[in-house]
Design a protein around this ligand. Structure first.
Ligand SMILES: NC(=O)C1=CN([C@@H]2O[C@H](COP(=O)(O)OP(=O)(O)OC[C@H]3O[C@@H](n4cnc5c(N)ncnc54)[C@H](OP(=O)(O)O)[C@@H]3O)[C@@H](O)[C@H]2O)C=CC1
Ligand SMILES: O=C1O[C@H](COP(=O)(O)O)[C@@H](O)[C@H](O)[C@H]1O
Length: 576
């Protein structure tokens, strides 16, 4: 039996307005109950055994018992807790991917839904709808997505059967994004498939941002669930600056409440980013060191070894700061630097993230370096420059690389540089967090390190991708009769420790959205704080027409980033 037991599994039993829905799926209840027979028998669990959600909260056993006391089966008990508590013939979830013909839908969303289906993590009754302007039949949609579905290396059993079963649950509706009529048609099709069950509806906006609001208007007027929940996943970019982001939020909130909006940042769904809080808050050896007292600097590094080919049209009006720094890297920074949340509830975590973001110093132009890749020939192969893309203006000043020094003006992080670096068309593909610790005061072994004491400091590296790993650089003695020191890694390499494929970030996030878990989605005040930090410098770069430093495709990026780091006595981590 495949057990769908993820690290973000959660039970929302809080009574706050944002959290009062019962977000725990029936299938997962059933599995937990099966794995905890004492709950059914009424026997006390053996010492040390406690059912918990992934956030570490004990399950509200009393609530479970309530249902059981009425002689309801576990499943019926959960059913009874469903939103309207009515005696409907079960509930169903319809997932509509708006922009189903697009790159993200094909590359990530359909494959993630299939992976969830394969793992038995989707509700028993679910339907997937593709919606876009392209004229496709159900069969054509199935054919299109079947090409992108894969089974994990270690999960191939019945793969073809499972794919077929999944595809049979996929349907297509062609329509315009601003046509009320077309959304009425979608609603009719959704109703048909929902077949009288309590309908819950999730819309995934996998479309260019200029049509978000049209879709939300039409969907909320004509295709939202009449009795169940309706949620909307919104893809980035959430605006270009503070004003446009606030405007987007205002427009969406004409039709949706904040708790219906799931702003996705897929980096928050990555395994090693999820693990950040676990590493920090559940290991005594780290949390006490997590401050200016012991940490010299923190580096957040993103690099890709390919350019913007094929996405130049989108990229040129955003650039790397908006594409990567303002969202992915800043979200990681907030999780890294936040104070201990009151609990692992979504609102408690997001409250702490907002506090960090609001304590940050607005970024200044002096603390930013921008670059743009140029064409390069290596080993007889030619790589195009950014402006060689026909969808990019020849005179574009859009940065494809940026480095920035950020500061958090609070007691914990006062004066600690948080250096960010993000770039396209660099020498390697990598995302990592590097924490460089201070020197050991009065180090007895300092003579053994020569003059460069920086080389002797500890460094913790959290490699988000590829080859997920957490390693700590330490000093040790080389075995032998002389006293010679060496640098070694205490290394948790995920591939060695957990020899199974790591789930894609979109799987975790889709499942969370289906279950109403908001912890990994961006709240509007977080977004405002993130834009407040970057908007002035983005405007200044554009207003002053700052020319980016050119760097060759496949290189390590502009040397300017090293000067920026040096200004704060920082050396970028190895290989970056
Ligand atoms: N692709 C990626 O890797 C990532 C994408 N995103 C975001 O996800 C969203 C979707 O991305 P992606 O799939 O790449 O986008 P696409 O450009 O592939 O667009 C998705 C679909 O939207 C429709 N569409 C495209 N352009 C227009 C237009 N100008 N007016 C109306 N409809 C249009 C097309 O469908 P049809 O013509 O059939 O209606 C297209 O298939 C975007 O917001 C993007 O920023 C975020 C992270 C990564
Ligand atoms: O959001 C984005 O992310 C991708 C990188 O995602 P990854 O999961 O492959 O690391 C990036 O290529 C793209 O430009 C950006 O919009």
């Amino acid at each position: 039996m495949v057990i769908c037991f993820r690290s973000s599994d959660s039970v929302a039993f809080s009574t706050s307005s944002l959290q009062h829905e019962r977000s725990f799926s029936r299938r997962r209840w059933r599995r937990w109950l099966t794995s905890a027979p004492h709950l059914l028998s009424g026997r006390q669990p053996s010492k040390g055994f406690q059912i918990k959600n992934s956030n570490g909260y004990p399950l509200n056993a009393a609530s479970l018992q309530d249902g059981l006391a009425e002689n309801l089966s576990a499943e019926e008990s959960v059913e009874k807790r469903s939103k309207d508590g009515s005696k409907q013939n079960g509930s169903t979830v319809s997932i509509t991917i708006v922009g189903a013909s697009g790159d993200l839908a094909k590359k990530k969303i359909f494959p993630a839904l299939f992976a969830l289906f394969y793992e038995d993590c989707l509700p028993k009754h679910f339907t997937v709808f593709g919606y876009a302007r392209s004229k496709l039949t159900d069969e054509e949609l199935r054919n299109m997505i079947s090409k992108t579905l894969t089974c994990r290396i270690d999960k191939r059993e019945n793969c073809n059967d499972k794919m077929e079963q999944f595809l049979q649950r996929c349907f297509y509706q062609s329509g315009q994004y601003d046509s009320e009529e077309n959304f009425v048609e979608l609603d009719q099709k959704l109703r048909e498939k929902e077949a009288g069950k309590l309908p819950n509806r999730l819309f995934y906006l996998s479309i260019p941002p200029n049509i978000f609001v049209d879709v939300v208007r039409c969907a909320s007027h004509h295709a939202s669930s009449p009795t169940g929940w309706t949620r909307v996943i919104v893809e980035k970019p959430f605006g270009r600056d503070s004003e446009s982001s606030a405007e987007l939020t205002r427009s969406l909130k004409q039709y949706l409440t904040e708790d219906q909006i799931f702003r996705i940042d897929h980096y928050l769904g990555k395994e090693l980013v999820e693990n950040l809080s676990v590493l920090r808050f559940s290991n005594l050896v780290f949390e006490p060191l997590w401050s200016r007292k012991y940490i010299r600097n923190v580096q957040l590094i993103f690099s890709e070894n390919f350019g913007t080919e094929g996405r130049g049209g989108y990229f040129d009006s955003y650039g790397i700061i908006r594409d990567i720094m303002q969202n992915h890297l800043l979200q990681i920074l907030a999780l890294f630097a936040m104070e201990t949340p009151v609990s692992l509830d979504a609102e408690d975590i997001r409250n702490e993230k907002v506090k960090v973001l609001r304590s940050m110093r607005t970024l200044k132009l002096d603390d930013v370096v921008v670059g743009q890749y140029k064409g390069h020939t290596k080993g007889g192969k030619s790589y195009p420059g950014y402006t060689d893309d026909p969808t990019v203006p020849k005179c574009s000043l859009t940065p494809t690389f940026a480095a920035a020094a950020l500061f958090i003006d609070n007691a914990r992080w006062d004066d600690v540089p948080f250096l960010m670096k993000a770039g396209k068309a660099l020498h390697t593909r990598r995302a990592e967090i590097r924490v460089q610790f201070r020197h050991v005061p009065g180090n007895l072994y300092k003579r053994n390190f020569g003059t460069d004491l920086d080389k002797a400091t500890n460094e913790l590296v959290i490699r988000v991708q590829p080859d997920e790993a957490i390693y700590l650089k330490i000093n040790n003695k080389i075995p032998g009769l002389s006293m010679r020191l060496d640098r070694s890694n205490l290394n948790l390499l995920y591939a060695a420790r957990y020899p199974r494929e790591i789930a894609d970030a979109y799987e975790r996030l889709l499942l969370d959205a289906i279950e109403g878990e908001r912890r990994l989605f961006i709240r509007s005040d977080e977004l405002d704080a993130a834009w407040a930090l970057f908007t002035p410098v983005l405007k200044e770069l554009e207003y002053k027409k700052i020319a980016p430093e050119l760097y060759p495709y496949g290189s390590r990026g502009p040397v300017g980033s090293h000067y920026l780091a040096a200004k704060y006595n920082v050396r970028w981590g190895e290989n970056s």
